[in-house]
Design a protein around this ligand. Structure first.
Ligand code: SAM
Ligand code: SF4
Length: 347
C-alpha cells in the first residue's frame, strides 16, 4: 500500500524530510510531545479530577512495567518525539520514577523531560529528580488558602506544596509553572492573588479553564473563561502585556510589567488550540490516546505483550495518529461524551 505509514516513512527518510510520517496526522500536525501517565494512583483526591468515591484502579499486572514504558519511550523518541512529560495520577508516587527519568535522559534526541506533580512529595524528591535529569516542572495548586486547599483536594498538604514550589525555585528551575484550575464559586476570587504571587517569585502561573471529564460534575456555569479571567486581571493591572509563546504552547502568555514571573491561560474550552496540537498520551495501562478529549484509544501494552516488533508497533501508532480528528467536539458536547476521569488519563 503506497500510502501506508511505513511507505510514507521510507519516502520521508529518503528525501531527508525531518519528521516521522507515523507521528504526523492527516492535518500535517507533527506529534513531537509525548505525555506518559506513570500511575493511576494519587495521594490527593481533587474534585475536578476524580469522583469522591475514587476510581476503579487497573490491576497492577495490566499497568505498563518500567521496561515497557522505556521501550515505548525509546520508540517514540526514535521517531522524533523530543519532549516527554511524566504525569498521572501522581507521578512522584511511582517508586521507580527516578530510574525512569535517568533512563529517559540517556535517549538521544530527547531534549526535555518534564513532570506534572501535585507537589506533595516534591521538596524531598527534588535533589534526586534533578540529579536524574529532570528539566521542567509543573506544580498544581488551585488556592492560596490552606482550608480551601483541603476542600478542593480532599486532603491536607497546602504547606508541602508551597515548600515544593519554593524548593524548585531555589534549585534553579526556571520557569516553575504553577497550574491553577479556575472554578466559579470556588477559587475565581483568588485570581488576583495568584497574579500577585508572580510579583516577587519568578513563577509562571497558568490559569486553566475547568474541563469536563467523567465523574467531575462539570457544568458550564462553573467554568470561568480565559476572557473573563483576563478582564478581571486587567482591571487591577491595566498594563498587563502579552508575551510571545512557542508555536505549540498551550498557554497564552502575559506579564505584569516589572513582575518577576508571568501568567498564562490554558483556554482548552473557550478557545481551543487543536490546530497546533503536537501531543500524544500514553495511559498508565498502556493505551495510546491521540486526543485528551477523545475516547478512541489503542492498547500498545497488548501489542507489546503479544510480541509485536518495532515496525508493527509503529504501524499501529501511525494508524491511530492518522485517525486523529481535526479538533475536539466543543465544550458542551464534550461534557456529554464518555471519556475517562482525568486521573486515569494523565493531564
Ligand atoms: C491529572 S493531573 C496529574 C499530575 C499531578 N497529579 C498533578 O495534579 O499535577 C494533571 C493536571 O491536570 C489538571 N486537571 C485535572 N482535572 C482537570 C479538569 N477537570 N480541568 C482542568 N484541568 C484539570 C490538574 O490540575 C493538573 O494540573
Ligand atoms: S489533579 Fe493530580 S493531584 Fe489532583 S487528584 Fe488528579 S492526579 Fe491527583
Amino acid at each position: 500500500n503506497p500510502s501506508s505509514p511505513s511507505t510514507r516513512s521510507r519516502v520521508l527518510k529518503d528525501d531527508t524530510l525531518p519528521f516521522s510520517a507515523f507521528l504526523t496526522d492527516s492535518f500535517g500536525r507533527r506529534h513531537s510531545y509525548l505525555r506518559i501517565s506513570l500511575t493511576e494512583k494519587c495521594n490527593l483526591r481533587c474534585q475536578y479530577c476524580m469522583p469522591e468515591e475514587g476510581v476503579k484502579l487497573t490491576p497492577r499486572a495490566q499497568l505498563l512495567t518500567t521496561a515497557e514504558v522505556l521501550r515505548l519511550a525509546r520508540l517514540f523518541v526514535h521517531e522524533g518525539v523530543d519532549k516527554i512529560r511524566l504525569t498521572g495520577g501522581e507521578p512522584l508516587i511511582r517508586p521507580d520514577v527516578l530510574d525512569i527519568i535517568a533512563e529517559l535522559r540517556k535517549l538521544e534526541g530527547l531534549k526535555t523531560i518534564a513532570v506534572t506533580t501535585n507537589g506533595m512529595n516534591l521538596a524531598r524528591l527534588l535533589p534526586k529528580l534533578k540529579d536524574s535529569g529532570l528539566d521542567l516542572l509543573n506544580i498544581s495548586l488551585d488556592t492560596l488558602i490552606p482550608a480551601k486547599f483541603e476542600f478542593i483536594v480532599r486532603r491536607k498538604g497546602f504547606h508541602k506544596v508551597m515548600e515544593g514550589i519554593d524548593k524548585a525555585l531555589e534549585m534553579g528551575y526556571n520557569p516553575v509553572k504553577v497550574n491553577c484550575v479556575v472554578m466559579r464559586g470556588l477559587n475565581e476570587d483568588e485570581i488576583l492573588d495568584f497574579v500577585a504571587l508572580t510579583e516577587k517569585k519568578p513563577i509562571e502561573v497558568r490559569f486553566i479553564e475547568y474541563m469536563p471529564f467523567d465523574g467531575n460534575k462539570w457544568n458550564f456555569k462553573k467554568m470561568v473563561s480565559y476572557q473573563e479571567m483576563l478582564d478581571c486581571i486587567k482591571q487591577q493591572w491595566p498594563a498587563l502585556e502579552m508575551v510571545p509563546t512557542g508555536h505549540a504552547d498551550t498557554a497564552k502568555g502575559y506579564k505584569v510589567p516589572g513582575f518577576a514571573g508571568k501568567v498564562g491561560f490554558i483556554s482548552s474550552m473557550s478557545d481551543h488550540f487543536c490546530g497546533s496540537c503536537n501531543r500524544l498520551r500514553l495511559t498508565a495501562d498502556g493505551n495510546l490516546k491521540v486526543c485528551l478529549f477523545g475516547n478512541s484509544e489503542v492498547s500498545l501494552r497488548d501489542e507489546l505483550r503479544s510480541g509485536a516488533t518495532e515496525t508493527q508497533l509503529l504501524d499501529i501508532i501511525g494508524a491511530a495518529v492518522g485517525r486523529k480528528k481535526k479538533q475536539h467536539a466543543g465544550m458542551l458536547n464534550l461534557s456529554k461524551m464518555k471519556n475517562r476521569p482525568m486521573i486515569l488519563i494523565g493531564g
